[in-house]
Design a protein around this ligand. Structure first.
Ligand SMILES: Cc1cc2nc3c(=O)[nH]c(=O)nc-3n(C[C@H](O)[C@H](O)[C@H](O)COP(=O)(O)OP(=O)(O)OC[C@H]3O[C@@H](n4cnc5c(N)ncnc54)[C@H](O)[C@@H]3O)c2cc1C
Ligand code: SF4
Length: 328
């Protein structure tokens, strides 16, 4: 049985207290929400904070406010189950509820939060193993070792961005609010991710994710498609998120296609926008966008399934996403 290492557990009741505690803990500290990512990582000694600061009692993080007309604010501590069931999310942003429903299992969705999902550690077959397994291969660069077993000549870690909501939040232009003892800042979700499996966030470790702001819902459509081995439980090995702005006559005026599960950060395929914009969402445009995404997706051999097949699946998954949006 894998046991948690010893740590001090702190439960702030206000945002001010939380960022102060985190500031005091320094490099030894880490926030926890549902713990569905952090605690398994601690059991495997991938992450070893000595002070764990819970965000569970912070009222601001537990609220959902606004709607599709004004834009929706979702507190970072709102659980995935609450998102799946929330009437306004289902009415005005149904693609968010559907994507959240694809995450993991009902039990994990009851604990796991949207904030934890957006800040999920990157994943790799050589890293997501217990301590003894990792020790037997002399560890790897992401934790305790010196070499990357996926690309031994590489100075970069290729562990994969594996959250289902990240590509969707990037595609729809969501913004996130971060707080620390130095104050608050708001950034586009797209600006939060760094294409490096070790240093995967453009966020200081002491910054608390407070909430996520979805833009007003009118005039655009969005969807998310997920490839995984089983219909439940499994992380995505490919995620396709699409946002389309379509004019009254059916002309696509803007488009954003973002792939997850193929790189250390969500991958926006800018050429796919060029393939789609300026005309109707017809088969030719859909095919061109799918081909562009296929060319840009370069998964490596560090998750489930062989990489060539995962790359090939980009075409049908992009097609499926766009065909679904064509019918809306
Ligand atoms: C078996 C299994 C299957 C899974 N399947 C999927 C899947 O299919 N798709 C998927 O996307 N995920 C999956 N997950 C991962 C995880 O369950 C979810 O991503 C979940 O949403 C994480 O949320 P959490 O609140 O539990 O995060 P936590 O474990 O509490 O935190 C995750 C990270 O975020 C940080 N953090 C959390 N909240 C904040 C905050 N407010 N401010 C600053 N830092 C914060 C923590 O310090 C930690 O680094 C799976 C996990 C397991 C164990
Ligand atoms: S990509 Fe390389 S360095 Fe990164 S976790 Fe995997 S084996 Fe380790």
């Amino acid at each position: 049985m894998m046991r948690l290492p010893k740590f001090t557990y702190r439960v702030p009741l206000t945002l001010g207290e939380a960022v102060k505690m985190r500031g005091e803990a320094g490099p030894e500290g880490q926030f926890v929400a549902g713990g569905t990512d952090l605690y398994p990582n601690m059991k495997r000694r991938q992450q070893t904070p000595r002070v764990v600061i819970s965000v569970a009692r912070l009222r601001e993080l537990r609220e959902i406010s606004g709607d599709g007309r004004s834009g929706l604010r979702i507190g970072a501590g709102v659980t995935l189950t609450e998102i799946c069931e929330h009437p306004v999310v289902n009415r005005d942003y149904p693609f968010v509820a559907r994507a959240a429903r694809l995450i993991s299992t009902p039990t994990l969705r009851n604990m796991g939060t949207i904030g934890g999902n957006l800040l999920l550690d990157t994943r790799c077959n050589y890293y997501d193993q217990n301590y003894e397994w990792r020790k037997s291969i002399n560890f790897c660069m992401k934790k305790d070792g010196e070499i990357c077993w996926v690309a031994p000549g590489s100075s970069k870690c290729w562990a994969v961005q594996s959250s289902d909501l990240v590509p969707l939040m990037v595609a729809i232009g969501a913004r996130v609010r971060l707080a620390s003892t130095l104050g608050e800042r708001e950034v586009l979700a797209a600006g939060l991710y760094n294409d490096d499996g070790i240093d995967y966030l453009h966020k200081r470790p002491d910054e608390l994710l407070v909430d996520i702001h979805l833009p007003p819902a009118g005039g655009w459509r969005a969807t998310y498609k997920k490839l995984r081995r089983r219909g439940s439980f499994d992380f995505p090995v490919l995620g396709v998120a699409v946002r389309l702005d379509v004019e009254g006559d059916g002309t696509v005026s803007d488009a954003k296609l973002v792939l997850g599960g193929v790189a250390p950060a969500p991958l926006e395929v800018k050429d796919a926008r060029a393939a789609l914009v300026g005309g109707p969402l017809d088969d030719e445009r859909i095919q061109r966008a799918a081909e562009t995404c296929y060319l840009k997706a370069r998964p490596l051999d560090n998750t489930d399934f062989i990489m060539n097949w995962r790359k090939q699946m980009t075409r049908p998954y992009v097609r499926r996403a766009l065909e679904e949006l064509k019918e809306q």
